[in-house]
Design a protein around this ligand. Structure first.
Ligand code: HEC
Ligand code: HEC
Length: 381
């Protein structure tokens, strides 16, 4: 019954074109100063990150792509992506809201958006520099929230307070972060939880922290690999790969561009500098100043960017300030890739209700030469 020839896509998964914005690939190198053991774990995690899983290894029953690199090629964005079904009154979503178009291990019915329902496209963010995002103290995020709340006018970002329930896989960080910062809507605080989710939701691979197959229309409760598909060790190696990856180096130190970025208020949300926690178990991630260009807060980005989906602390119009670190390696900007250029992305920040509208207005008031300098600065991050 299992291992049949049905391990093939029923419809080509949607991907997007390769891009004007990719001009060079990020390094895929580990952080400097790792121990021999950390380096070995990094290499093993790197190999797993590229591994296309097969049905006999537990892929499916339904899945989106077979490997992490299908969606995070060169640790960046795409070409694979995720589609979510937007809930509507009277629309039952008994199998969840993630479209899983591909079949393995005896599945017959893909999970597609019901006729007439809307979809929210989610482009993958990069995975580089996410070890740094994870290493930012909750206290730093709360300080950004307080600073915005006590400064008159927008922005007024909110920290993504997660429910008290632990995110399951235990974190190597003590205390573990409790504020969401990973995902477009900051739905997770730790890489352990996010990677377990990715294996489970995107590839149909169960792990000790996510032991049940995602619900599916055929009612299958297992796949071609009985029981748990990947070990806690595999999840931990993937986490270490992402955590220990070297962030892209800065290519721009243009002071004029940076000053304009601050002047018009981009930097109010895309906060240039942060410092990582001083008790991080990885020495290379401990107490370092990092240029991530995010406040890790959720912002109301208005009707224009709303996607109709509520996720943990974020409502339909809320998005985590996208970290601009390494943006020169990304193609298709904003959560759904609607913006081809930084100019388009800035325009999309302005719609009714958006906390960023005032900043966009100041950007539009710049003379052409200054606007070009600002955009060139962002494009080179
Ligand atoms: C089908 C495409 C797809 C696959 C396969 C996939 N991802 Fe992702 N990944 C995404 C998308 C889309 C997001 C953003 C999710 C969201 O917030 O809605 C994401 C987000 C992430 C993030 C958080 C990035 C951030 O900015 O917060 C990490 C870390 C990550 N993925 C790691 C992995 C790992 C490790 C694997 C392999 C086990 C993997 N992903 C497989 C599409 C994918
Ligand atoms: C109110 C907070 C806020 C302000 C002010 C703001 N941004 Fe953003 N920015 C965001 C959020 C939130 C996103 C993610 C939106 C999405 O994905 O739909 C984002 C996304 C982006 C992206 C796309 C990044 C990616 O990974 O696709 C770019 C580029 C960008 N902003 C540049 C700017 C510039 C330039 C300015 C100043 C003119 C600015 N932003 C002002 C909150 C802000």
């Amino acid at each position: 019954m299992f291992g049949c020839g049905c391990d093939e896509p029923v419809e080509p998964a949607r991907t997007f074109d390769r891009p004007r914005l990719v001009r060079e690939d990020p390094t895929d190198a580990p952080l400097d100063g790792l121990s021999a053991e950390q380096l070995e774990r990094f290499e093993r995690g790197d190999a797993l990150f590229r591994t296309p899983y097969r049905a006999v290894q537990g892929l499916g029953p339904l899945y989106i792509e077979r490997s992490c690199t299908s969606c995070h090629e060169h640790d960046a964005r795409g070409p694979g992506l995720v589609r979510r079904i937007v809930p509507a009154p009277g629309l039952a979503l008994p199998f969840g809201d993630v479209v899983r178009p591909r079949l393995a291990a005896g599945a017959r019915t893909p999970l597609l958006a019901p006729q007439g329902s809307a979809e929210s496209i989610r482009l993958p963010p990069a995975v580089f520099a996410r070890g740094l995002l994870e290493a930012i103290d909750d206290a730093w995020i709360l300080a950004q929230e307080l600073a915005q709340a006590t400064t008159p006018g927008p922005p007024d970002g909110r920290a993504a307070r997660l429910s008290e329930e632990p995110e399951t896989p235990t974190s190597v960080l003590h205390p573990p972060p409790r504020l969401g910062r990973l995902g477009h809507k900051a739905r997770r605080a730790t890489l352990e939880a996010f990677v377990a989710d990715a294996l489970h939701g995107d590839m149909g691979l169960t792990s000790p922290a996510r032991p049940e197959e995602p619900p599916n229309p055929d009612g299958l409760t297992d796949d071609a690999r009985p029981g748990i598909d990947v070990s806690a060790q595999t999840v931990a190696l993937l986490v270490d790969y992402v955590r220990l990856l070297q962030p892209p180096s800065r290519r721009t130190h243009d002071r004029r561009g940076e000053r304009l970025f601050e002047q018009v208020g981009c930097a109010d949300c895309h906060v240039p500098r942060a410092r990582t926690r001083t008790d991080h178990p990885v020495a290379a991630l401990r107490g370092v100043e990092v240029a991530l260009y995010t406040d890790l807060l959720l912002h109301d980005m208005g009707e224009g960017l709303a996607d109709g989906i509520t996720e943990n602390a974020a409502g339909p119009r809320h998005w985590r300030t996208a970290p601009l670190v390494g943006i020169r390696h990304l193609r298709g900007l904003l959560h759904d890739g609607r913006a081809a250029t930084v100019w388009d992305a800035i325009d999309a920040h302005d719609s009714p209700g958006s906390e960023a509208s005032a900043s966009v207005a100041r950007f539009r008031a710049l003379d052409r030469a200054d606007a070009e300098v600002l955009v060139a600065f962002v494009e080179a991050l």
